[in-house]
Design a protein. Sequence first.
Length: 262
Amino acid sequence: AQQQSKAGDQWNFFQAKRLRGSMQRGTLDLLQSTVPLRLLDAAVLRQAGAGELTALLDTPAGQSALAALTKSELPTIPAGPPPHPNVKAAAEAMESTRAEAELVPFIAALTVPLLNDALGNAKDRATALDIALTPVSQAVEQMEKLLAKVAGDSVGALNSVSLVRDFTAARLRYTALRYDAEARANQAVANVYELLVRQSNSTAERHHRRSQRFFFGMLAAQAAVIISTFSLATRQRSVLWSLAALAGLAAIGFAVYVYFYV
């Protein structure tokens, strides 16, 4: 239940970020349909910027933000270890919406340590993406404030207004890309949680079948004891042995009732 709840949280993050990305693209489409837009030019941005904006563009975060805004390039993160073949095969089978019966052999090939490693790798990649994007997003936000200040100081400067508009469009593109990347990272984590849930369900079902067999074994042993008790009660003509046999029969009857009706 805890794993299913965590998987649900990751799917909620995934859906929310995909929705936010779609909203950014919708706003960009609306902006493009109402005013003429151009691709953001780094050289024009430097020329229009004041000292603070130029200094920001020369920082590592500013350079990454500029690449994201002008080329739609997100920061690269180190590639994690490749997924285990069993985990990859199970995830692909699950994503292909196969029937539960067809997933059984794929889930049976998984182990908890194997899935925990895959979960750790997926979480590490999501964390690395967040660490890489945070300074870029902060730089983009700071650029927007500084550029708005420059445009506000340049009264009647049409080029500054146009540059702000182009920057806004570039920011919308970057934000949509960022949300898409974060959504994919959340999706990877959610998929591993789903595999953990299915593996736990498979283990629970196996223990349930073992419990049923154990129940039948204990029932047979109890029946053997009752038969022996009847034999002793018949031989010794003892009321106590007869009561013990009747109690055993009642216990078996109650067990059968519980098994079939409760």
